[in-house]
Design a protein around this ligand. Structure first.
Ligand SMILES: CC(=O)N[C@H]1[C@@H](OP(=O)(O)OP(=O)(O)OC[C@H]2O[C@@H](n3ccc(=O)[nH]c3=O)[C@H](O)[C@@H]2O)O[C@H](CO)[C@@H](O)[C@@H]1O
Ligand SMILES: C=C(OP(=O)(O)O)C(=O)O
Length: 434
């Protein structure tokens, strides 16, 4: 278990480039299975979850070549379907959440998919009903082997239909879209998730010959086609990284330029930080965060306390609430953080409370933060990172704290942030990996 040792209290200065988006690339990599032709993907981040999925594709027989620092080609002309039955495959699937999206493409192209309970952050119940009910509606059979925790899906052919999803699941929508592009006839998906990750996936599939309309809305219509062909796809900058850097700049009182953020795809993220009083200036496609000693949380128009809550896109992504929460600990004013989607994502606040933050955890979903307005600097701490986003929030807290902190289990941070220690040290942070 690797750790970070962080000397707090150093301001950052300069420019940082966000990596490619983790949650998009996981979808895109799975989609390469939908064609026997070559697919080129660029701006792939060098992070654990992505590297594990690339290795899994290789193990399945996909020809993978690294063609540049962040670009790869994939050619799934032969896929070893027997490998899907192996304990090795099933064990590897359970190391990351993104592996669940192998199901849609596999069942669409080869009529068969197996998957073990996928991994990912332990942040509460993460059910897969939406995925499997949707794929069953297309005509696939489904079985869950409780003893082995293995889901298996088979289909001689898939047929388009209308479906109203029980929730706008991000990976669930991606799975159903990837299954339906090769189904016979028309599929309509209502209450579809429409995060930029999904918009990107649908645009890529259309470049491969799919016929998807309604992109960026919650009503997708897909006319099935016989086969798909190769294409080139560039992954968007990671909006969660962009948000994490905004929070980091504010909390450490630093001036930072975040380069080439793809502003049109950030949705409500910049505005959510502005509501905490943080100045976020758009300069072309960059974001400039000026050095700010104080930032004051807005109240609602009626004077009541600000609430920041997650919601399916175009609402605020739940993946940024941990960062919003940590940044609020040094704001002027109070805010209610309401994590509606996940049940166990706020428990990390105990560690912030140990560091001196003023937080009341009301229940597993809600925490009230009373900002210090920098009248009190957080104390250094010794903590374990429970999940990716709590991990980055703790790193931000440690970078602003007085003294030397330690964060253990940083593999959780590495799952989602590329070389984060080196990139931040280049801006003036003092982080050592041990
Ligand atoms: C690999 C990947 O892409 N992971 C992301 C994906 O996970 P993932 O696709 O697994 O998450 P889902 O969108 O399925 O659901 C996330 C959670 O929100 C709940 N839920 C979802 C939709 C809804 O309308 N109402 C509701 O309550 C679900 O029950 C679940 O507890 O989307 C999540 C929600 O943005 C992000 O946190 C994850 O980073
Ligand atoms: C929850 C996350 O990831 P995953 O779905 O891969 O666990 C995340 O990226 O914040």
């Amino acid at each position: 278990m690797a750790s970070f040792v962080i000397e707090g209290g150093h301001k950052l200065h300069g420019e940082i480039h966000p990596q490619g988006a983790k949650n998009e690339v996981l979808q895109i990599l799975c989609a390469t299975l939908l064609t026997s032709e070559e697919v080129t993907v660029t701006n792939i981040p060098d992070i654990l979850d992505v590297n594990n999925l690339i290795q899994l594709l290789r193990d399945m027989g996909v020809k993978v070549s690294k063609t540049g620092i962040d670009s790869y080609t994939f050619k799934a002309d032969t896929v070893d379907l027997n490998y899907l039955e192996s304990d090795e495959f099933l064990k590897k699937c359970s190391s990351l959440r993104g592996s669940v999206m192998l199901v849609g493409p596999l069942v669409a192209r080869f009529g068969k998919a197996l998957i073990s309970k996928p991994g990912g952050d332990k942040i509460g119940r993460r059910r897969l009903d939406t995925h499997f009910i949707g794929i069953q509606k297309l005509g696939a059979c489904f079985n869950y082997d409780e003893e082995r925790s293995v889901f298996s899906i088979c289909a001689e052919h898939l047929e388009g239909t209308y479906m109203l999803l029980d929730e706008a699941s991000v990976t669930g929508t991606a799975n159903i879209v990837m299954a339906s592009v090769l189904a016979k006839g028309k599929t309509t998906i209502y209450n579809a998730a429409c995060e930029p990750y999904l918009q990107q996936l649908c645009r890529m599939l259309n470049r491969m010959g799919a016929k998807i309309s309604g992109i960026a809305s919650n009503l997708l219509t897909i006319e099935g086609v016989e086969s798909l062909h190769g294409c080139t796809h560039r992954v968007l900058p990671d909006m969660i990284e962009v948000g994490s850097f905004i929070g980091m700049a504010a909390m450490t009182g630093s001036e930072l330029t975040i380069k080439n953020v793809s502003h049109e795809n950030l949705g409500i993220i910049p505005e959510s930080f502005r509501r905490l009083g943080i100045r976020v200036e758009q300069r072309g496609d960059d974001l400039f965060i000026p050095e700010q000693e104080h930032y004051q949380i807005e109240s609602f128009i009626d004077g009541s306390i600000m609430t920041i809550a997650d919601a399916p896109w175009p609402g605020l992504t739940p993946d940024l609430l941990s960062v919003v929460l940590v940044v609020a600990t040094q704001a002027k004013g109070s805010v209610l953080i309401h994590q509606k989607m996940f049940e166990s994502r706020l428990f990390f606040v105990d560690k912030l409370i140990d560091m001196g933050a003023q937080i009341i955890l009301c229940d597993p979903h809600r925490a009230v933060v009373i900002g210090h307005d920098r009248n009190f600097q957080l104390r250094a701490g010794n903590m374990i990172s429970p999940d990716i986003r709590a991990g980055i929030a703790l790193l931000i807290a440690a970078m602003s704290a007085d003294g030397i902190s330690r964060i253990h289990n940083i593999e959780q941070i590495d799952r989602g942030y590329q070389n984060i220690d080196q990139r931040l040290n280049a801006l003036g942070a003092r982080i050592t990996r041990i």
